[in-house]
Design a protein around this ligand. Structure first.
Ligand code: NAD
Length: 479
């Protein structure tokens, strides 16, 4: 299927007429085209977003919210179709797309549509002398750029608060997973979203993404992706004084204390290690286990890892699907080789998987567990973003915290303990934006979301995301 840009309410071809291949990673085969857009398309998109801004930002809140709610309803209606498209683009198990990605995409729209109707502003009385009131108004045209790993979920995570806050948007999904964003543009048309309010430009990051960030009329950028790209975006946007939210990479620790609920800790750690082939920024890729539990944990963890079925994403029993691209698969395999050269012992997995039939040319890698590495080596310092985890023992709580923090990233951490005091103590000492205690990936959209250190700046989620797309003004009136 040929994908088109969505600009000014129309589905249109790129100005250059050039297209890129869209590859199904489970089959290793081209299955469609995506626009190879450039700055000419971005200019058209920004012009249409700027023209729509006065209409959208002035629209009564309930009317604006109702359009977003309608889009959410249409996502739910098309759940199966969207899940299939997401699985075909990214290689993830269809079951996961159906149960997590797509429902969370409509949840994003519902949450921000309804939240926007409950915003209140402040006033401050100066003892009979003056009254101050504070307003928050939508900034203007927002640039929203998203990655490939949770395609529609993260795409809507960026644009839903922007639209709900009253901004108009120029958005770019990842060139590796464009299909759900294209289907989403059709749903926006069906829902009656006014022309120009949302514009979706497909193509490469260094052409389309860079042009969005550089465009002087785009005054706020919400980006989710890799840390290296985030640095480049920050360097471009900072001298133009753009407002920035950067959600970047992670190398998240998973701390298992001996007093944990063992079964829960093992089964959730399997999920936090290998869900979506380990291609979730919040996956725990460094497992740290208290020494007295280490042998028991490793035996059970490896046993259950070996039981995970790597297979065709469309099969009901598949737990680990294809990696997103051949280049990414080669990157993941090269990290396994690096781990070996650093002295790591592959205690399970470690190889590419060859399937037969439809998936014989797909990009599959065994879930891999590596032991024997310390926290300073590159394998433990760099984000691999695949089905690969390291595991090592610790002796004291202090040591566990030091290991957890011995990394440039600070996105999330998971702690397993039945000791309440320890849970609080350790949570407060780990430098990560999100801490899960005895659970993983539970998300309440009202809570702030974001990383520390090289995992990003700014907080998304809850009111903070709505506020991010607004600018604050104080009016002081002399009484
Ligand atoms: P990426 O940085 O390569 O690409 C992300 C998006 O940015 C894509 O749409 C890409 O086309 C675009 N892009 C690339 N160069 C650009 C440029 N110069 N200017 C503007 N846009 C540009 O990341 P990816 O490989 O798509 O995604 C994986 C990364 O995303 C991992 O590091 C992962 O941890 C991170 N991630 C973070 C979160 C989070 O919430 N913190 C969530 C999901 C993924």
């Amino acid at each position: 299927m040929n994908i088109l840009n969505y600009i000014n309410g129309q589905l249109i071809a790129p100005v250059s007429g050039q297209y890129l291949d869209n590859i199904n990673p489970a089959e290793g085969k081209v299955y469609g085209n995506i626009p190879d857009s450039d700055s000419a398309d971005v200019t058209k998109a920004v012009e249409s977003a700027a023209a729509a801004f006065p209409i959208w930002s002035a629209m009564p809140l309930t009317k604006r919210a109702n359009i977003l709610l309608k889009i959410a309803e249409l996502i739910d209606r098309d759940l199966d179709k969207l899940a299939l498209a997401e699985s075909a683009d990214q290689g993830k198990p269809l079951k996961l797309a159906k149960s997590v990605d797509i429902p969370r995409a409509s949840a994003n729209l519902r949450f921000y549509a309804t939240a926007s109707m409950h915003v209140s502003t402040e006033s401050h009385l100066m003892e009979g002398e003056a009254i101050n009131y504070t307003t928050q108004t939508p900034i203007g045209v927002a640039g929203c750029i998203s990655p490939w790993n949770l395609p529609l979920y993260l795409f809507t995570w960026k644009i839903a608060p922007a639209l709900a806050a009253g901004c108009t948007v120029v958005a770019k999904p990842s060139e590796l997973t464009p299909m759900t964003a294209f289907l989403f543009s059709k749903l926006c048309i069906e829902a009656g979203l006014p022309a120009g309010v949302l514009n979706i430009v497909h193509g490469l990051g260094n052409k389309v993404g860079q042009a969005i960030v550089e465009h002087p009329e785009v005054s706020v950028i919400s980006f989710t992706g890799g840390t290296v790209t985030g640095k480049r975006i920050a360097a471009t946007a900072a001298p133009m004084f753009k407002k920035l939210s950067l959600e970047l990479g992670g190398k998240n620790p998973n701390l298992i204390f001996a007093d944990c609920d063992f079964d829960q800790a093992v089964s959730t750690s399997i999920q936090s290690s290998f869900s979506n082939q380990g291609e979730i920024c919040l996956c725990g890729s460094r497992i740290l286990v208290e020494r007295s539990l280490y042998n028991k944990f490793i035996a059970e963890f490896v046993k259950r890892t070996k039981e995970l079925i790597v297979g065709d994403p469309l099969e009901e029993n598949t737990r680990v699907g294809a990696l997103v691209s051949e280049a990414h698969m080669n990157k993941v395999l090269s990290y396994i080789e690096l781990a070996k050269s650093e002295g790591g012992e592959i205690i399970c997995g470690g190889k590419q998987v060859s399937l037969s039939g439809r998936c014989e040319n797909g990009y599959f890698v065994e879930p891999t567990v590596i032991a024997g590495l310390d926290q300073t080596c590159r394998t433990n310092q760099e984000e691999i973003f695949g089905p690969v985890v390291t595991i090592m023992p610790f002796d004291t709580e202090e040591e566990a915290i030091n290991y957890a923090n011995s990394n440039a990233y600070g996105l999330s951490a998971t702690i397993w303990t039945e000791n309440l005091k320890r849970a609080h103590r350790v949570s407060h000492q780990i430098k990560s934006g999100i801490i899960w205690v005895n659970c993983w990936l539970l998300r309440d959209l009202r809570t702030p979301f974001g990383g520390m250190k090289q995992s990003g700046v700014g907080r998304e989620g809850g009111w903070e995301a709505l506020q991010f797309f607004t600018e604050t003004k104080n009016v002081c009136i002399k009484l």
